[in-house]
Write a protein that binds this ligand. Structure first.
Ligand code: G6P
Length: 606
């Protein structure tokens, strides 16, 4: 969603800010802007729409070495030039870029208007600029005072022409990263925007304010107590954020699943005891033995990966496990028990609802682990321990490699937990061997991409699609439908195949294709009867099954094939063809694959 960049140093700020904003485009936005402190004072340029036209319309001579920029995703007020950030005070000295929501904006705005401040936008952010208008002496102190007056969340960057050598940033619930350069410093809401310049970063904590100039930074708490920060190194260089030879990031990231899954597994398989090592869990065998239930929380694809994870855990450990959308959990006053292991799933580690669920559990004394991709992200830091999936940067809005790597991480957790309990060494060994084979099996699935493209093109003009699956095939169906609707805008619905007769069958027709998830497991025969029910109503069927299932080929219209593996790992392999199906359907329809309409990569507001 919204993104912030900032620069203070010796180079021209504008090109650096624009390049940073381009890096954040993937998060989704509807308007953008930059503010630069020039010799003649503060200059602000902002516009609704993409960054490229804003860039083209900038004056040739926008010279200054300090500035901030922003990509906005509308919350308070429609997308418009006026509502785009940065926002400026009446005198035109202060510029503010803000991610988050100010909850008491109405009261504060009324007060400021009564005092004579004239507002130019409908945003909550603008009032921060007005709050900063009067205090000219100490910008950091002024920002702290303004923040003391507001309730809500923020990642904030402020420049003030009266203090032309610095940027002040602050954080409460919305990430801010400081990038450390050589006599220059960078600011961003996401490390992706600054890795081109530096990999040495400092993550701000909530209720922290930093004052940054070309030579360094100083951090204090909101109530002015100095804090000590230790810089860390971002794991990925800027090449990892490039599209390379691929036409879309989504296709690149689907293809990266071979190496990404190998990284999730790397160093974690223990052949001697047929188990998995997970160094970040911070839970002893005795503590793991005391767990009576596992509850997984996440949003969107992270929730679906959690559903798949719950199946793996329950199957291998016989500990009851389920998943729930974090967004629902946090608001239903959930019962939190100490014998339950809570697991928060998030690619970005910044999703507001998932973070709120983590905090709710923590507040009630529960224990939460994180299954997270972005190292050092808020959810990763707030959980008591966890598993990094090491999928690498995921830029396309819809998640692909982070889904498969998350399910894989759950398989590792299940193996670890299972081997502490009743999972036999022989079963553990079979699973371990299957895990080792998985990256190359993903490569095998990817090798069939051309035939999947043909199937996608054949059905791309349909307006509806069903995805059916049973037991651990159901999360696969959910994720398959999610991918298709997100990127192609074809209406896709997932149902447990067992529920077919209880509603969806009424909609089966020759116009509506059904993707049937059909692993050769205990429920295979039962799923076949559902398939026949669809065929009897002349519904086209695309069967997702294992190579070697030649019998099926004659009974369905099209097949998507994956190599056989242990049943618990089917969801990992079976999701890959569905990602390709969605991708090629979207391409056939000319969609903006990496930036689907109305969606954002990381939803940092509720
Ligand atoms: C957004 C994205 C989804 C993603 C979800 C959770 O809705 O569009 O693709 O699955 O957020 O994101 P997270 O970063 O927490 O995994």
């Amino acid at each position: 969603m919204c993104g912030i960049v900032g620069y203070v140093g010796r180079q021209e700020a504008a090109p650096i800010l624009l390049a940073g904003l381009h890096r954040l485009e993937y998060r989704g936005y509807d308007s953008a802007g930059i503010a630069v402190i020039t010799r003649g004072g503060l200059r602000v340029h902002k516009a609704v729409g993409k960054i490229a036209p804003l860039e083209a319309a900038l004056p040739k001579r926008l010279r200054g070495t300090v500035g901030i920029g922003h990509t906005r995703w509308a919350t308070h007020g429609e997308p418009s030039d006026a509502n785009a950030h940065p926002h400026v005070d009446c005198a035109g000295n202060v510029a503010v870029a803000h991610n988050g929501i100010i909850e008491n904006a109405g009261v504060l705005r009324a007060r400021l208007e009564a005092e004579g401040h004239v507002f130019r936008s409908q945003t909550d952010t603008e009032l921060l600029a007005h709050l900063l208008e009067a205090d000219g002496d100490d910008l950091t102190q002024a920002v702290r005072a303004a923040l003391a007056a507001i309730e809500g969340t923020y990642g904030l960057a402020v420049v003030d022409a009266r203090h032309p050598d610095r940027i002040v940033v602050a954080r409460n619930g919305s990430p801010v990263v400081i990038g450390i350069g050589q006599r220059e410093m960078f600011v961003a809401s996401d490390a992706a925007a600054l890795v081109r310049h530096t990999r040495q970063v400092v993550y701000l904590d909530d209720r922290e304010v930093a004052t940054i100039d070309a030579d360094g930074y100083r951090t204090v708490t909101l109530d002015d107590r100095p804090t000590q920060k230790r810089p860390s190194e971002v794991s990925w260089g800027h090449e990892a954020y490039e599209r390379g030879p691929f036409p879309h990031f989504m296709l690149k990231e689907i293809n990266e699943q071979v190496e990404a899954s190998a990284r999730t597994l790397k160093g974690r398989l223990d052949a001697q005891f047929s188990t998995a090592h997970l160094g970040g869990l911070e839970l002893s065998a005795r503590e793991l033995l005391a767990i009576r239930r596992v509850k997984i929380l996440g949003c969107g694809s992270a929730f679906y990966a959690g559903l798949a994870g719950a199946h793996v855990i329950e199957s291998l450990t016989r500990v009851p496990a389920d998943a729930e959308p974090a967004s629902e959990f946090r608001y239903r006053n959930p019962v939190v028990e100490n014998e339950v292991l809570y697991v928060a799933v998030s690619q970005s580690g910044e999703t507001a609802d998932t973070l709120a669920a983590v905090r709710e559990i923590g507040r009630k004394g529960g224990r939460v682990l994180g299954v997270v991709n972005v190292v050092g992200s808020t959810i990763a830091r707030e959980c008591e321990g966890g598993i990094y999936i090491h999928a690498g940067p995921e830029v396309s809005v819809c998640s692909t490699k982070s889904f498969t790597c998350t399910v894989l991480a759950f398989a590792l957790l299940a193996l670890h937990l299972g081997r502490i309990r009743d999972l036999s060494p022989a079963r553990g060994k079979r699973l371990l061997q299957a895990l080792e084979r998985l990256p190359e099996q993903i490569a095998e699935v990817l090798a069939g991409a051309e035939s999947i493209r043909g199937i996608a093109e054949k059905y791309a003009s349909r307006t509806n699609a069903f995805f059916l699956g049973r037991a651990s095939g159901f999360p696969v169906a959910l994720e398959g439908a999610q991918k298709l609707k997100e990127v192609s805008y074809i209406h896709a619905e997932a149902y447990p195949a067992s529920e077919l007769k209880h509603g969806p069958l009424a909609l089966v027709s020759p116009e509506t294709p059904t993707v049937m998830v059909l692993p050769q497991d205990d429920l295979y025969e039962k799923s076949l009867s559902s398939l026949e029910e669809i065929r009897a109503r002349r519904g086209p069927v695309i069967a997702l099954t294992h190579t070697g299932d030649e019998r099926l080929r004659e009974r369905v219209d099209d097949v998507l094939l994956v190599p056989p593996t242990e049943p618990e790992l089917n969801p990992v392999l079976m999701t890959v063809p569905l990602q390709l199906l969605a991708y090629h359907a979207a391409v056939a329809l000319g969609r903006d694959v990496d930036r689907p309409r109305n969606l954002a990569k990381s939803v940092t507001v509720e």
